[in-house]
Design a protein around this ligand. Structure first.
Ligand SMILES: Cc1ncc(COP(=O)(O)O)c(C=O)c1O
Length: 389
């Protein structure tokens, strides 16, 4: 008898019937989100278009107040993207020429580009096994020019904020959280966005808390900063006719704001579904071959990504792709090794943990629209890859 598809793929018979063996498991599934939210989305569109007001700061106030509450801070400021949020915070604090900002080299490029565009110098500090900036390395990177530390809550897991805020306090530095991937995450019962002097969030369509285009927001407890940012995001305007300083067109638009307000109520469920997917992976992936950081009691991660670290990562990625499973790598080339970073003077070997992880990390699908059967299929495929070698 010819081998079944399942046998040919090396999958055990326990999970799927032979007809279900080959699946397409997408890495993102925004059309499925639309199916689930169609009526609510159309209501948002209808409301905004009937009103005919598309750019208006007054129409963001309810959302901003709810975002601030959700993070346990006094102020939230809607902006055009997570990148705008990072850049505006630096401008708002006057971080610029002659200043250094310590940040990890394994983030999205905009963590670094925002520092460069503000006129300051990014100084990288390597990360730990959990991909978060290593506080000991942060302390070692401090110079008389250091103004700020910009940790990244990569994958939706909050960096070691107790250690980072302690270093900042001892050295008189600002802490700016890059919380782009971490809205809803908590540490020691406190929300992402409430640890630093200010925090930047992204609501890009691929984020856990997502809009339908570029969108972002800032949180801060600093009223003076908040007032300056409200003006800076709106061309520096104070009222309608007066410009106190040159600003930017970096507002969150009303339609994206409506989507976010609608999704705020749905977010706990969306996060719970991601966390259930991860719990299922973690319980059954073969830990002899697959490493992933596990959260302690104090950590509540939202799993923007679920990243495993493995040997033969590229072969595993291909093996999964052959089985219809889409994966991603966040991020394959560290920022200090990017062509754009050449002038910063870093090279291979400067950040060994980041560089080693860049060759080992793989993000498995974790979005809320996966079925338990999808998770089983991916888990079995990963385990069977290592059993077959
Ligand atoms: C860690 C991190 N920082 C900053 C950003 C920038 O956010 P945006 O794409 O909304 O500009 C992103 C988004 O990908 C991110 O993941």
């Amino acid at each position: 008898m010819a081998p079944s598809v399942k046998q040919a793929l090396g999958l055990s018979a326990a999970v799927n019937s032979p007809t279900e063996v080959y699946r397409e498991v997408p890495f993102v599934a925004l059309p499925r989100q639309y199916e689930e939210e169609r009526e609510a989305i159309l209501n948002c569109v209808d409301r905004v278009f009937r009103r005919g007001v598309f750019v208006s700061l007054a129409h963001l106030e309810e959302l901003e107040s709810r975002l601030a509450d959700a993070c346990g801070v006094r102020h939230s400021i809607g902006v055009g993207s997570g990148t705008d949020a990072l850049f505006l915070i630096l401008k708002g604090y006057g971080v610029g020429e002659g200043d250094e900002v310590i940040t990890p080299p394994n983030s999205h490029f905009s963590t670094t580009s925002s520092i460069i565009h503000a006129g300051a110098v990014p100084v990288f500090a390597d990360v730990g096994d959990d991909q978060s900036i290593d506080p000991a390395r942060v302390e070692a990177a401090i110079t008389p020019r250091t103004r700020a530390i910009m940790p990244v809550h990569l994958t939706g897991r909050i960096a070691d904020m107790a250690a980072i805020t302690d270093i900042a306090r001892r050295h008189g530095l600002l802490v700016i959280e890059d919380a782009a991937q971490a809205f809803g995450a908590k540490q020691d019962g406190r929300a992402a966005g409430s640890f630093g002097d200010a925090a930047a969030f992204s609501a890009h369509p691929l984020k856990v808390f997502n809009a339908a285009g570029d969108a972002g927001f800032i949180t801060t407890g600093d009223g003076e900063l908040a007032a300056r940012l409200r003006s800076l995001r709106n061309n520096g305007l104070k009222g309608r006719e007066q410009v106190d300083e040159w600003g930017y067109a970096a507002r969150l638009d009303v339609l994206q704001g409506e989507f976010l307000l609608m999704r705020l109520d749905r977010l706990p469920d969306l996060i719970a579904r991601r966390r259930a997917n991860v719990a299922s992976y973690q319980a059954r992936l073969n830990k002899t071959h697959v490493y992933f950081p596990e959260d302690g009691e104090d950590q509540f991660s939202v799993f923007q990504n679920f990243v495993i670290q493995v040997e033969r990562r590229d072969a595993l990625k291909d093996y999964l792709a052959d089985r219809g499973i889409k994966t991603a790598i966040h991020y394959p080339v560290p920022i200090h090794l990017q062509p754009a970073a050449r002038s910063l003077g870093y090279g291979n070997g400067d950040f060994p943990v980041t560089e080693r992880q860049a060759g080992r990390i793989l993000s498995l699908p974790v979005h809320p629209y996966l079925s338990p059967g999808d998770i089983d299929y991916v888990t079995e495929a990963v385990n069977s890859f290592f059993e077959s070698v």
